[in-house]
Write a protein that binds this ligand. Structure first.
Ligand code: ATP
Ligand code: LTN
Length: 337
């Protein structure tokens, strides 16, 4: 059985249940999850322990966890084909996190740009978890011997660190971990904020800066119309000088399959109005089916619970095997001699 599972390459990815999932999460990560489910053996985790690096309201976090799970399922991920589960339900993540932290250098963590950004954002709570966050992420990935990790461009640096940790560990103990590769979308790997297109769209920023996967059509249209562009009325892909328009073009291209040239030809010289409406239309038609499914799935608590339990069981079985190997290699005392 296990041998069969291992014939397919393995994929792991995680999304934090912090607030509302955004169009950036969808284009950068979630959409690819579905595309990979037939060819690979996939684990998709709601990384709730990562979410605690920023102070959370418990009732809100609990809701966000279930909402994220329902969005995973509503986006079409099949829980039979994929292992969909909560990070905190598999205790081995925390254990491997500790072991790997002993193979990670302070200097490496100090270079992480997400740590620098988040420390600036949460200057009153620069906790040790925020600093060691990438080690837990490495543990998530390495625990399942993952070959590939579908992520947005903002996670490239963290993945590189996970690779370095795996290689360092393997250098000492032999080939224990698989060294994972990143999988990035061709267009839309970094969807930018609608209000400050030099920054990435982020679910922990103010509402008007992002489109939530669950935003209704009128809200999407309004946010798109208000999205920052420039005064030149020129639909041309130039991220450096026209970050706002270029961001909207990337969104349209990622969702419609149109090339940048086609978009330019179709919408240049007509003012930004029709262009922004077209972007809004493409977003609405991509998100509408997910929203309809979401309504149905989120009302079915028994189903959500069964997916959670099954995911935790299946993930735990793999995690358990990895940890037996890791503990043995490290010389950690086994219970049975
Ligand atoms: P937060 O704002 O709470 O830090 P986030 O919006 O960055 O959250 P995560 O849960 O950290 O979201 O990310 C989940 C996945 O979505 C990751 O693979 C990440 O690379 C991807 N992602 C997040 N934001 C974007 C974006 N703006 N463009 C493309 N991909 C993104
Ligand atoms: N760090 C990621 C979320 C995340 C993740 C992972 C992504 C946690 N563990 C493992 C891929 C694989 C983020 O902030 N977007």
């Amino acid at each position: 059985m296990e041998a069969n599972i291992q014939q397919k390459k393995r994929i792991f990815s995680g999304i934090q249940p912090t607030g509302q999932l955004t169009l950036g999460n969808y284009i950068g990560a979630l959409r690819n999850f579905k595309l990979l489910e037939d060819e690979y053996d996939c684990l998709y985790s709601i990384v709730d322990m990562h979410a605690l690096t920023v102070r959370q309201n418990p009732a809100e976090l609990r809701k966000a966890c279930l909402r994220t799970m329902a969005i995973f399922l509503a986006s079409g991920l099949d829980p039979q084909k994929n292992i969909i589960y909560f990070q905190s339900h598999v205790h081995e993540h925390a254990e491997l996190n500790w072991y790997l932290s002993c193979f990670t250098y302070m200097g490496e963590l100090q270079r992480m740009t997400q740590f620098k950004d988040k420390s600036a954002k949460h200057a009153d709570n620069i906790n040790a978890g925020l600093f060691t966050y990438p080690v837990l992420m490495a543990a998530d990935i390495l625990l399942y011997m993952s070959d590939m990790v579908p992520i947005g461009a903002d996670q490239k640096q963290h993945l590189e660190l996970a690779r370095n940790i795996a290689q360092r560990f393997n250098g000492v103990y032999g080939d224990v971990f698989v060294v994972p590769e990143g999988y990035f979308p061709k267009v839309g790997a970094r969807v930018m904020s609608l209000q400050d297109p030099t920054r990435k769209m982020s679910k922990s920023d103010p509402e008007e800066t992002y489109i939530a996967i669950l935003d209704k059509p009128d809200v999407i249209r309004r946010k798109m119309r208000r999205a920052k562009t420039d005064s030149e009325n020129c639909v041309e892909f130039d991220p450096e000088n026209r970050p706002g328009v270029s961001n909207l073009m990337s969104i349209l291209s990622a969702l419609s399959g149109m090339s940048m040239e086609e978009i330019s030809e179709t919408y240049s010289g007509k003012g930004y109005g029709p262009f922004k409406d077209a972007v809004a239309d493409s977003v609405i038609s991509a998100l509408e089916p997910i929203q309809n499914e979401y309504e149905r799935i989120s009302a079915d608590k028994a189903y959500l619970e069964s997916v959670m339990q099954d995911g935790a069981d299946r993930a735990s079985r793999i995690a358990h095997k990895t940890m037996l190997k890791v503990r043995k290699k490290l010389g950690i005392a086994p219970l049975k001699l």
